[in-house]
Design a protein around this ligand. Structure first.
Ligand code: NAP
Ligand code: HSE
Length: 428
């Protein structure tokens, strides 16, 4: 039984987990794939750094080409992160006929098409299960489990940092700034949390899920993105009173051939299963024409959950090697991408307005909705605790995005409205 040799690029959080699993579960893995799996070389930046797992020092290298140019290495497992240099390494490895497993959503969302094309050309595998949802096997599920169905909607809580922040704000009444600071101290949020809190990390993951779900090539630029940095304690409190939680939701929808895809803080009914996904957990809800509703839940990050997905991909590559079918199972989108216009994107909306507390205010506001043919589900007025004016919370029926934009533009020039405090999409 000739061993399958792996070049591991990265021995940080995920890379350490990969070594632990491959070495710790070696017997089980061998039984499944029929040969030993050996971590042959490990790429790091700093060879002198103390490691959390003991590894023979001669396996460590700080030169990626030691792995890429080693003819003995069959599979490159990329868990170092980064985009341009990493892309160069992966393309060079594929060029030399090596199969690739990666956890890198940034790379796959931006350069997935080029990488998958190179893999197909060289009859190599590229697997990237850990790039979305960490330990949740959602990519394999979309490609294989839903191959018999036509997906109409994917909604995902795919960023653990923002879900942790929103959960704490909801459960403890804390402010965004307070919880973000705590998340950084606990090591959940990066020192620079911009890509998490502004929704970019989730947008990259949704581009990947949208491509797989709708079998059309969704790019990052196709995702309309809004982060959570402006979500207030008040928004959360008012949402709760009306029976909603606020979650950073990725929403990809298809009607006939038309697709829309977005990431935004969304008011979701407390009775929806996504509303109960708390803390750093992730979940992906998938609706298929035939299967109806399904949901997948688990840890979206962390050493061992993420390593589980990476090593499962490694097992898939080795099984393909045994069968001689590498490169034949690469998913290639085959549908034409047709994006919805703002006139075609419909949802319910929550709007919080700070208004004058006098006769005729509601009439003026409802007149604007009527002019743009937006119908209302509920209107609640309440006195404001800090000033003599009033606040009005409006929930609309399904309204198209273009009409809502016109309503909000008209509100800007309406004298009885002092401030449009919040606008959220409503789901569930
Ligand atoms: P990490 O802890 O920062 O580890 C990165 C590793 O790569 C380190 O061992 C580092 O070397 C090495 N490295 C980085 N740049 C390098 C370079 N230019 N040349 C050589 N070595 C380099 O990162 P991570 O959290 O494990 O994440 C790795 C990847 O998995 C990323 O793409 C991330 O998005 C993805 N991912 C992570 C998670 C998670 O929970 N962490 C979840 C899902 C996906 P040193 O050790 O010498 O510094
Ligand atoms: N920063 C990401 C998150 C890590 O918070 O979910 C996993 O991709």
């Amino acid at each position: 039984m000739k061993p399958v040799k792996v070049g591991l690029m990265g021995m940080g959080t995920v890379g350490t987990g990969v070594i632990r699993l491959v070495e710790g579960y070696q017997e089980d893995l061998q039984k499944q794939v029929g040969s030993p799996i050996l971590i042959e070389r490990v790429l790091v930046q700093d060879r002198s750094k103390a490691r959390r797992y003991n590894i023979e020092s001669e396996k460590l290298t700080d030169n990626a080409w030691d792995i890429i140019n080693d003819p003995e290495i069959d599979v490159v497992v990329e868990v170092m992160g980064g985009i341009e240099t990493t892309k160069e390494f992966i393309l060079a490895a594929l060029e030399r006929g090596k199969h690739v497993v990666t956890a890198n959503k940034d790379l796959m969302a931006l350069h997935g098409t080029e990488i998958l094309a190179k893999a197909a050309q060289k009859s190599c595998d590229v697997y990237y299960e850990a790039s979305v949802g960490g330990g949740i096997p959602i990519i394999r599920t979309l490609i294989e489990g839903f191959s018999s169905d036509r997906i109409t909607k994917i909604m995902g809580i795919v960023n653990g940092t923002t879900n942790y922040i929103l959960t704490k704000m909801s459960q403890e009444g804390a402010s965004y700034e307070e919880v973000l600071k705590e998340a950084q101290q606990l090591g959940y949020a990066e020192a620079d949390p911009t890509s998490d809190v502004e929704g970019l990390d989730a947008a990259r993951k949704m581009a990947i899920l949208g491509t797989l779900g709708f079998r059309a090539n969704m790019e990052l630029a196709d995702v309309q993105v809004k982060g959570i940095s402006r979500v207030s304690k008040e928004d959360i409190l008012y949402g709760q009173r009306l029976g909603y939680e606020i979650k950073l939701l990725g929403i990809a929808e298809r009607q006939d051939d038309l697709i829309s895809i977005s990431v935004q803080p969304t008011m979701i009914k407390k009775t929806h299963p996504l509303a109960t996904v708390n803390g750093v957990f992730n979940a992906v809800y998938v609706h298929g024409e035939a299967v109806g509703e399904t949901m997948f839940y688990g840890r979206g990050a962390g050493e061992m959950p993420t390593a589980t997905s990476v090593v499962a991909d490694l097992v898939a590559v080795v099984k393909n090697l045994k069968l001689g079918v590498n490169g034949q199972r690469v998913f290639v989108p085959y549908k034409e991408k047709k994006l919805k216009t703002d006139e075609q994107i419909a949802s319910k909306y929550y709007i919080l307005l700070h208004v004058a507390d006098k006769a005729g205010v509601l009439a003026k506001i409802t007149q604007v909705f009527a002019e743009h043919e937006v119908s209302l589900e509920s209107v609640v007025q309440q006195p404001n605790a800090t000033h003599a004016d009033a606040e009005i919370i409006i929930i609309t029926h399904d309204a198209n995005k273009a009409s809502m934009g016109k309503v909000l533009a008209s509100f800007e020039s309406l004298d009885v409205i002092y401030e449009i405090k919040s606008v959220y999409r409503v789901e569930g």
